[in-house]
Every structure is written in structure tokens, then in C-alpha cells.
Design a protein around this ligand. Structure first.
Ligand SMILES: Nc1ncnc2c1ncn2[C@@H]1O[C@H](COP(=O)(O)OP(=O)(O)OP(=O)(O)O)[C@@H](O)[C@H]1O
Length: 747
């Protein structure tokens, strides 16, 4: 009865049916109105969010317009005095003074500056000019230890708190925080400490109430963002700091420059609209070089030996390895050659690690052989070389790691040893991360590109533009420029597909190495295809081609777990599936370009015809076994009439549709290639279809009764295709140049 009143309906017990009908009618009207209102609410909320963002951006831009570089702030004289007398720094670098002025003006800011740029000074110096304590959140104990060492050497009172701090140390810090007479200026804590110690947060609140919480500096602030390369869940906790400690200016510092990360960080820390200061990422004193890594470990050791005893003799450096095992294995071998090195990785005891670090800083070791555990905060100014014995997992990681070199501004070298085998080792470790493969492939394109300025590639990654002049011959490519030529990769793509098709038809999966063997006419005879073999192609070049096809999205890695490890197999990528050719490839070479023959640069029609015949005969063989999908008849239908296939992603007709979709997003260069490729497209589609067909019978995918798309020839069962998502190839660069200088087949 109550409900009836609410709905304002006449409620008579005589006619409940008609009453119910009326109620339901009314309910429908209300639900519809609610839906309309809900829709309006959502669109208004979205608009509000956009307007708020615009206001914050305007605020940010407005702040950035102010002259932060001037020298007439109330603190300017004292700032200069401390800079010169305490820090013994004669002049400030770009963005240091503006950041310090913003901090001292009480403005929330983010400073984006490359590693070694001098970010720490931007909170250390203002700390000395302010009443109370500057709290510095830093992700690594080694980083904090490093800074404490430097500060103590300058007579500045600084302490740290971490999980390893003794009770006595903790009590001492807590009393300093609330004691107005304490001279403590900088307090370093890990984000874990903040997130997990209620006692610490309580004392921090007290410190704030007493007006002693002068600034909050968050080092490596990109760790807040999942888009960054080093996300740390405990950094998320910092989101409450703005609300908990109003009036305490926040300074975020990072060497990660992508705008997506910066915006995310602003949101997480609740400092949208703050001042963002961004320095250029170009480190002009660093020489970038990529060397082919010898396949035999002994040869690689010899090269390292030659570098450390030759070019880098008497100089200090870091050798980065991918795994702890690699570091542990490399050290004794190098020591046996009288090179003074020590390992550094996460499995070593903290005290031993710290000892290695100190001895290296004191030049008692020429180099540390380290995993990425030796990274953030390594502040040795005279590091003259950083050698990557193995590729990093992303461009960001590489930039950070190599950025340990040359922090004193003097020339230093950053050398990467690159080999295809390391791609698979890394990819099997990073593929579970959200953007792991995309990030890794970004670095691979840096490694396999044999022509473009390395600096240019790094700049592109960080949304910057550096002209060739910015490099000034400080990378291997700019030092020895090469002539280049466009290479049609269609032939390579087709040959690789032929090999994959044949292997799959024999229930074989191919790892990258196996595929490259077969591409070069090696490996099991039963899997070889004479017509698809690249005669005379050096292995290094073949590896780069397959790597290129992977990062271009023509091929993709398919990961399988075994009880012991994860294996990466190579399968056709989204481009091959859609019948889109690989992107264009520029080959660079000095000696060989003048006498290049058509055999490599323009695939001979003869070879293609042979391949087509081979594939066509294979296709026909398979097609005979297809019950539901007649590839031949479907691929001859005009695209418009393919309406039946709208839900099928993988039939050839659909692949054609995908082609047109993909073509719309392609550059004119790629479109030209596309039209070339389209003649062979059906053949490629056939290959991919066969491949899927065969691979389905290998993996025995569960059949679906709803929309069968092909029939397993071995079991007569109907199947769907269910391809796993890949990083979008459109996000990657299309033009890459690979080495041609050692290519015998060019002669
Ligand atoms: N204006 C300057 N002139 C000369 N040296 C400077 C200047 N500013 C900082 N430095 C020195 O540069 C080195 C690197 O500084 P710092 O450790 O602050 O870099 P960073 O930007 O924090 O790097 P990272 O991202 O690796 O933490 C230090 O040895 C520091 O003393």
C-alpha cells in the first residue's frame, strides 16, 4: 500500500491486474527517463572532466610563462652563495634555477630532466634555504645511500629511513622530525616506509602541524604511473600527500619524458595544473654505438676484454647483463683475464652490494658487471663507458642505464651488443607486462637500424626532435655516414611465410633461431625450402630481417609455457594475416652499394613465381580438405559481397577487408608497397590460412559449435581462430634501416 502511494496511483483491491498493468507502464516511463538522465549525466561528467583538464592545462601554461629564471627573488643571493660555497658548483645548469625558484615560491612542480642532469640539487639546495625538513621519497636504498654520502661530505645534515634502519636510528629520526632545535635538513624515505609505517605518518603529521614539513620531493616520480617503465605499487600511496599536507609544496623528479606518464603522475599526485619543467633529453657527451654480439660467448668475452684493456684502459664503467646468472658467469671469466670487475645484482646481500658499490666508486674495480638492480641513483661522475652485454627491456631502461655514463659532462661511450637470440630471451620475460613487448620492440628498432642517427631514434621515443647537427658525430652512424637504398622486404616476408607454412604442415613450431636457420638453408632437411632460402645472406643480416619483420607486425611471437621455461615461437603477425606487406626497409652500406645486384633489392620474378607455384600447390592440397571454408572461391568474390563473413576475422575475404582498413592508415610509401604486394596478397593469405590450419591441428584448440571457420584436416573437427592480441604495429616506426655492409649477396 505504501508503494502505491509513492507511485501516486489509485490503489484499489478490486482490480489488481489493471493496477499492475498501470504500474508497469509507469515504471517503463520512469526507467526510460532515468536512462535519458543517466546519459545526460555521463556526458556532462565527461564535459566537466575535459573542462577541468583544460583549466589545469591553462594553469600549467600560465605558470610556465612566469620568469622562473630571474635572480631577484628574496632568496636569490643566499641561493647563489650556498650553491658556490656548500655545493661548490660554479654555475647552474638549464632548468635548475627555475625549479628551485618554483619550489621556494611554494609551487607544485614536476622536473623532467635526463639522468645525470642534476635533479637532486633542485631539492637539496632549497632544503638548506628553508625552515624545517625536506622529505625525499626515493625508490632505492642504494640511491639514498649515495645521496647521503654526498650530502654528509658537504656537511649537510641528512638521514634516511628504510626497512633496514635500526630501532635507534628510527627513534633518532622521529625525534628530529618534531624537535625544532634539530638541524636535520633532508630526510630520505622509501615509499614503502610511507605506505606501511603508521607511526611514521603520525610523526609526519605532527611535523606538518609544527610547520617543519618544508617540502616534499619525490624522486623517480614516474614510478607512480603504470605507463612508466618502472611502476611501483607503493608510489600510489603518495596520492594522499597533497590532501594530508596542504601547503607543503611537492616537487616530482623524473628522467622519463613521455607526456602520457607526466599527465598520469599529475593526476595520481593530485597536482594537475602544476608547473612542468622539461629539459632536453639530448646528452651530447654520450657516444651511442651498437655492435653485433658474437654468437660464441668466448668471442664476446674477447671483445669485452679488448674494450676494457684497450679503449677503456684505466677508465671506469658498467657492464649490464640481462640476468643474475649472466653477471655471475661473466665476472670470473673477465677476472681470469686480469680485468678487475665485480658483480652487482639483487640476490647479493645488501652489505656486499654496498661494498662493491663503494669499491667501484673508489676505482678499485674498473667495472661492475650488473643487472638493472645497479641503476637508479648511481652517481659516479667519471663513468666513461656503459656496455650492454645484452639488450635492455625498453628504450626507457636503456636510456636510464646508459645515462649513468658521462655525468661529469665529459665524453663517454654507450655500447650495446645486439644479437637476435637476446630478443627472445628478453621477450619471454617481458611479454606478460602490459606494454612489455611494445617497449622491447622499440629498443630492437634502435639496435637493428643501421643508418639513422641513434640520437634521432632516442629523441623520437621521447617525443623530442633533435636534428642531425645535435649529434655532432657522437653516434656510430653519424660518425661514419652510409649511403642507403630502399629494400623491398616483400620477398623476405613471403619466404619466411613459406617456411612457417611448411613447418606447420609437418606439425613443427619454429623458434626464431630455427626459422633463421631455415631461412639460410640450414636446419632439418625435411623443413627446408630451396626456393625460400636466402643464399649468401650473412646470419647477422638474416637475424635483423626477422627482427624487423617482428617489430613491423608482419610476424609475431607466440609464447608457450613449459614446466621449465617459456618459449617464443614465430607465427604470422597481424600484417601477414591481413595480406599487408612488411614496411619498407632501407639498407645501408658503404662498400657494397655501388655493385648491388637485383637479386637482393628487387626479388626476381622467377623466384617469386616458383614460390607462388609451390605455395599454390600446397594451398590446393589443403583446400581439398577444407569443408566449411573454400578459400579459393571466397577470395575471388568481390569485397562488397562478403557480407556473410562479417564476423569472421580470419577468412581470406575478411583479410582483404582488413587490408583496406589497414591501408587507410598507411603512409603513401607503405601504400605503394601495398599495391605491389597486392599481386601476391592472395598467395600470402593462402599461406597464412594454411599455417593457421596446420597450427590449429598442433595446438588442438577447443572447437566451437557456434561459428566454425575451418576444419581440422586431421580430425575433421570444426574450429574458430582465436588469435592473441599483439602490440599494434601502427604504434611502431615503419621505416627502419638495417645493415647491408657485410651482405655477400649484394655482389
Ligand atoms: N650545475 C651543475 N654543475 C656541475 N655539476 C652539477 C651541477 N648540478 C649537478 N651536478 C652534478 O651532476 C651529477 C648528477 O647530478 P644528479 O645526481 O642530481 O643527477 P640526476 O638528474 O638526479 O640523475 P638521476 O636521474 O640519475 O638521479 C652530480 O655529480 C652533481 O653533483
Amino acid at each position: 500500500m505504501e508503494d502505491c502511494k509513492i507511485l501516486d496511483l489509485p490503489c484499489t483491491s478490486q482490480d489488481p491486474e489493471s493496477n499492475l498493468e498501470q504500474v508497469e507502464k509507469e515504471l517503463k516511463i520512469v526507467v526510460r527517463e532515468l536512462q535519458i538522465l543517466q546519459g545526460r549525466k555521463q556526458s556532462l561528467e565527461a564535459r566537466r572532466e575535459k573542462l577541468r583538464d583544460a583549466i589545469q592545462q591553462r594553469k600549467s601554461a600560465h605558470l610556465a610563462q612566469r620568469d622562473w629564471d630571474k635572480n631577484d627573488f628574496p632568496w636569490s643571493k643566499e641561493l647563489e652563495n650556498i650553491q658556490k660555497t656548500v655545493f661548490k658548483i660554479p654555475s647552474l645548469r638549464a632548468h635548475q634555477l627555475p625549479t628551485m625558484n618554483a619550489v621556494l615560491s611554494g609551487i607544485d612542480s614536476i622536473l623532467v630532466m635526463p639522468t645525470g642532469g642534476g635533479k637532486s640539487l633542485c631539492f637539496q639546495l632549497p632544503a638548506l634555504l628553508s625552515e624545517g625538513i625536506t622529505l625525499v621519497v626515493s625508490p632505492l636504498v642504494s640511491l639514498m645511500e649515495d645521496q647521503l654520502m654526498g650530502l654528509k661530505a658537504r656537511g649537510i645534515e641528512a638521514k634516511m629511513l628504510c626497512a633496514a634502519s635500526t630501532k635507534q636510528e628510527v627513534n633518532g629520526v622521529h625525534s628530529d622530525m618534531t624537535n625544532p632545535k634539530s638541524g636535520l635538513k633532508l630526510l630520505y624515505v622509501t615509499p614503502e616506509k610511507l605506505a606501511k609505517s603508521k607511526r611514521f605518518m603520525a610523526t609526519l603529521q605532527k611535523m606538518h602541524q609544527l610547520g617543519r614539513f618544508s617540502h616534499l620531493a619525490i624522486d623517480e616520480v614516474h614510478c607512480c604511473s603504470q605507463w612508466g617503465h618502472d611502476f611501483r605499487p607503493d608510489y600510489k600511496f603518495l596520492g594522499i600527500m597533497r590532501k594530508m599536507f596542504p601547503g607543503t609544496p611537492i616537487l616530482g623528479l623524473t628522467a622519463t619524458a613521455t607526456s602520457r606518464v607526466i599527465q598520469d603522475v599529475q593526476k595520481i599526485l593530485d597536482i594537475k595544473g602544476c608547473l612542468v619543467l622539461k629539459a632536453s633529453f639530448n646528452r651530447p657527451n654520450l657516444f651511442y654505438e651498437v655492435r653485433p654480439k658474437p654468437s660464441v660467448q668466448e668471442e664476446c668475452i674477447t671483445q669485452l676484454h679488448q674494450l676494457l684493456e684497450g679503449e677503456f684502459k684505466g677508465q671506469s664503467g658498467i657492464i649490464y647483463t640481462m640476468t643474475i646468472k649472466d653477471a655471475e658467469e661473466l665476472v670470473p671469466v673477465l677476472r681470469s683475464r686480469q680485468i678487475s670487475v665485480a658483480p652487482y645484482h639483487a640476490q647479493m646481500e645488501a652489505q656486499v652490494r654496498s661494498k662493491v658499490h663503494k669499491k667501484w666508486v673508489a676505482n678499485e674495480y674498473q667495472a661492475v658487471v650488473a643487472t638493472i638492480a645497479f641503476g637508479m641513483g648511481i652517481d659516479k661522475p667519471d663513468v666513461r663507458f656503459v656496455i650492454h652485454h645484452c639488450i635492455s627491456k625498453s628504450m626507457e631502461n636503456f636510456y636510464q642505464e646508459s645515462g649513468r655514463a658521462g655525468r661529469d659532462g665529459k665524453p663517454a661511450k654507450c655500447i650495446v651488443f645486439w644479437r637476435f637470440a637476446d630478443l627472445n630471451r628478453q621477450s619471454t620475460m617481458v611479454f606478460t607486462e602490459q606494454t612489455g613487448l611494445e617497449n622491447l620492440y622499440g629498443l630492437i628498432s634502435y639496435c637493428i637500424d643501421s643508418h639513422r642517427c641513434r640520437r634521432n631514434i632516442i629523441a623520437e621515443h621521447f617525443d623530442e626532435r633533435w636534428e642531425s647537427a645535435d649529434c655532432r658525430g657522437m653516434c656510430d652512424h653519424c660518425r661514419t655516414p652510409r649511403e642507403t637504398k630502399n629494400l623491398d622486404t616483400t620477398k623476405y616476408g613471403e619466404n619466411v611465410l613459406l617456411i612457417l607454412t611448411k613447418a606447420a604442415s609437418m606439425n613443427e613450431r619454429l623458434t626464431g633461431q630455427k626459422l633463421i636457420d631455415l631461412f639460410l638453408g640450414k636446419g632439418p632437411t625435411k623443413l627446408r625450402i630451396k626456393e625460400a632460402t636466402q643464399q649468401g645472406l650473412p646470419r647477422e643480416r638474416a637475424e635483423n630481417i626477422v627482427a624487423f619483420l617482428l617489430i613491423d607486425g608482419f610476424l609475431k611471437e607466440d609464447f608457450h609455457f613449459t614446466p621449465y621455461n617459456t618459449i617464443s615461437y614465430i607465427v604470422p603477425g597481424p600484417k601477414a594475416e591481413a595480406g599487408v606487406p612488411p614496411s619498407s626497409l632501407i639498407v645501408g652500406g658503404i662498400k657494397k652499394l655501388s655493385n648491388t645486384s637485383g637479386s637482393l633489392f628487387s626479388p626476381s620474378e622467377k623466384t617469386i613465381n616458383t614460390q607462388l607455384k609451390l605455395c599454390a600447390s600446397n594451398s590446393e592440397e589443403k583446400v581439398r580438405h577444407m569443408k566449411k571454408v573454400d578459400i579459393k572461391s571466397k577470395k575471388n568474390k568481390p569485397l562488397k559481397n562478403d557480407s556473410k563473413d562479417t564476423n569472421s576475422c580470419d577468412t581470406p575475404s575478411n583479410s582483404k577487408r582488413n587490408v583496406s582498413k589497414i591501408t587507410n592508415g598507411l603512409s603513401s610509401k607503405d601504400q605503394n608497397l601495398m599495391s605491389k604486394f597486392s599481386q601476391k596478397q592472395e598467395h600470402v593469405i593462402d599461406c597464412v590460412s594454411q599455417l593457421k590450419d596446420s597450427s590449429k591441428s598442433i595446438v588442438k584448440t577447443a572447437p566451437s559449435e557456434k561459428t566454425p571457420q575451418f576444419v581440422d584436416i586431421s580430425s575433421d573437427k570444426e574450429y574458430n581462430f582465436d588469435d592473441s592480441a599483439q602490440p599494434s604495429s601502427s604504434k611502431r616506426r615503419r621505416i627502419i634501416t638495417i645493415d647491408n655492409s657485410s651482405d655477400d649477396s649484394d655482389n
